[in-house]
Unconditional design. Sequence first.
Length: 396
Amino acid sequence: MTEDQQIGEAGPETQVRIGQGPTTRRELMVKMLWIGVWLVFLSSPVKDLTSGRHTTAGTVGGAIGLAAFVTAYLTLVFRNIGQTFAPRVAVSLIAVLGVLAPLLAYTLGGAWLGLFVYLSVACGATLPVRAAFWAIPAATVAMYLVGAHWDEKADDSLLLVPLIGFAMIGVSQLIRTTVELRKARATVAHLAANEERLRLARDLHDLLGHSLSLITLKSELAGRMLPDHPDKAAQQVADIEQVSRQALVDVREAVTGYRRPRLAAELAGTRLALTAAGVTAEMPAEPDLTGVPEEAESVLAWALREAVTNVVRHSDADKCLVQLTRRQTLDGPMLELSVEDNGSGSTNNGPGNGLTGLTERLEKAGGTLEAGRTRHGFRLVARVPAVLAGHVGSGA
């Protein structure tokens, strides 16, 4: 098992929810503990307040100022990191930190220079990148000037403040990117679900439309034959059972996504459907599909099924011509399926769901569809590449 699989199989309680707020008490405690570790730099100001070296007013003022500073810092970093801020809120809280850090350090002593670390972190985590690139060096310069007032060189802090600030810019960008990726993944999942629903709708329409039309025709034949020819009626009923069982198998395969209809099988079913409908069929013999991609053959099989279903249900035709030919075009060798009848055609305006779904199938396979009235009836022509795209012109 790979590391990625182990992470993917981890439960929601053990996964790190980067860029998301805590949703459970446990996540809240973990995030508070993680941020609490970085409050170690407050140990010097707290120790300075409890040392007794300041007056009562100074101690009280320092405690209030420290509480306000920590509150503003946690509001910025803990609650809003990686999210979009209302500019006024962000600027106001950064301003509070930017005023309190130098004020407390200047009035109470060098022990308070650690507040500039939190100021740098807040700038890097919450400000836009360009603003942060100016704010972090400004905080470093302010700390240096305050430290000079107390004769504190603060060499370590001079390096730590800009480094940790710029590091937080990277962390903030990482969190924002993670949030965007999470949204993009949700969008992709939604589009994939929509595509699967469209595929299922097309398959069910093509499968059930053809099968139910054949069942209806054979039921009518059985009803007419029943009084005078019960044996022939029984044969029609047996055919209905066979078609129903096959339709059930086809629907199950379509739902699971494994159905790939074969053109030879569809040609045999087409002859049966047209004969049952009283339509004289002219069809090719066993088709030569050497070198034809499976996807292209499958799409042509769907096209044949849709075309014959329309002939049986809508055309009122008594003749149907089915042709399968190979043609050399400017786009390469193409396999062309033509289904033409002599009927009056449907009275509906515009293409139906079947032709719309068939057009989508052909476009995905790199093919085209033409359908429309002719002088003698209706004609549907479907074309798909006869070879794989990578093999076109390989012999040149």
